[in-house]
Design a protein. Structure first.
Length: 376
């Protein structure tokens, strides 16, 4: 059994970890990013000659679009011919014409639904996806709530639904750097005063994170609470220069202290950032319980999340967090600041509980089971 995982966007670390853990379980898997044509450093994936020739040019912005338009489909199909199972991570419209081609070659196809390729889609896109989901052999979702939501739109595909989520490689870095002297040094290097309560506003730079609503809610807090805060906004991926500038203007107008992260951070620095924050706010329009949110919980943050987000399984696993609607976000943050120690105590067992749920040791079993089932 040989498996090819097709990825895109900012999921490289997750998929690298998945491939590594599959290898430890004697599953032969490779990964290929369809946007930047990258493969994991330890992959044994054999690249087609055309990809070897063109790959250096994909880094040139003015050339990238032309190359992707002309060659991406043929490169993906050529790569896929060497595999029995193709696992698509993020159901991009690009695959609409690729899936029939792959099926014609007799491959088993699995779609791993990540959430952002499902929750925000419009009715027109649902109807485009419907026959394609009919062609594939397996549809993987992370949680039972997500599975239920999926079947409301695609009830005819219930027999194909399987459950499995990513494990968290980042947990080990968070444990490694959870030391006062390490975190004090890191916070000093960032120029964040020690007495400040650090609040994480979302976890990427996409407009769907609704940073503006978070900033507006915090800016309306009593002055003594506003003055106690320092906001961090992780805008490394999913953003645009114009949106970053828009958020900067709003932050400057609010008078709040803040730091924007717009450049790539190493796993080590990302772990330290999770650890120095005390409150994490997530009110994005939709979410399938991202890795970043799991990291914030593991790092001991008090999570304040939109009550529309599919986080039922947090309650099922007795992981404490605060739910809010948009209108009451400021009130919830204010309450949290007014009784910070009380809410921190309520989160004291979150690390062990999310670790039990999200460690690779636990979660890899579902992936292995699904692939073995597909292999027949």
């Amino acid at each position: 059994m040989k498996i090819l995982l097709l990825s895109q966007f900012g999921h490289t670390q997750l998929l690298d970890a998945l491939v590594s853990n599959l290898h430890r379980n004697s599953i032969n898997a490779d990964c290929f990013n369809i946007v930047n044509w990258q493969i994991p450093s330890k992959s044994e994936l054999e690249l087609p000659m055309i990809l070897k020739l063109l790959k250096p040019f994909i880094k040139i912005p003015k050339v990238r679009g032309i190359l992707l338009k002309l060659f991406r489909k043929s490169i993906v199909i050529n790569l896929a011919k060497n595999y029995q199972i193709i696992d698509i991570h993020f159901f991009d419209p690009f695959y609409d014409k690729v899936i029939p081609k792959l099926k014609a070659h007799g491959m088993k196809i699995k779609i791993t639904v990540l959430g952002s390729d499902f929750y925000p889609i419009k009715a027109e896109r649902i109807e485009q996806q419907r026959p394609l989901y009919g062609m594939v052999d397996c549809i993987q979702v992370a949680t039972h709530r997500m599975g239920s939501d999926f079947l409301k739109k695609f009830p005819e595909h219930s027999s194909k639904i399987r459950y499995g989520h990513f494990g968290m490689q980042q947990f080990s870095f968070i444990e490694q750097f959870d030391l006062p002297h390490v975190l004090n040094s890191y916070q000093n290097a960032l120029g964040i005063p020690k007495e400040k309560i650090i609040v994480a506003c979302g976890y990427n730079g996409n407009r769907r994170q609704q940073h503006g609503i978070i900033i507006d809610s915090i800016s309306k807090l009593p002055k003594h609470q506003k003055d106690s805060l320092f906001l961090v906004l992780h805008m490394t991926y999913g953003s645009t220069p114009s949106y970053i500038e828009e958020i900067k203007k709003q932050l400057d107008k609010s008078g709040l202290q803040y730091k924007l992260f717009v450049k790539y951070q190493s796993p080590e620095d990302l772990a330290k950032l999770r650890l120095i924050t005390k409150i994490a706010v997530n009110i994005q329009i939709s979410d399938a319980f991202s890795a970043s949110i799991q990291e914030y919980i593991f790092a001991g943050n008090i999570l304040i999340a939109g009550d529309w987000l599919p986080y039922d399984f947090l309650k099922e696993n007795n992981i404490y967090y605060i739910e809010t609607d948009r209108e009451n976000l400021g009130k919830m943050i204010s309450n949290c600041l007014g009784a910070l120690d009380f809410y921190k105590d309520k989160c004291i067992h979150n690390r062990e509980r999310v670790s039990k749920f999200s460690s690779w040791e636990s979660s890899i079993k579902d992936w292995v089971s699904i692939y073995n089932e597909l292999a027949g």
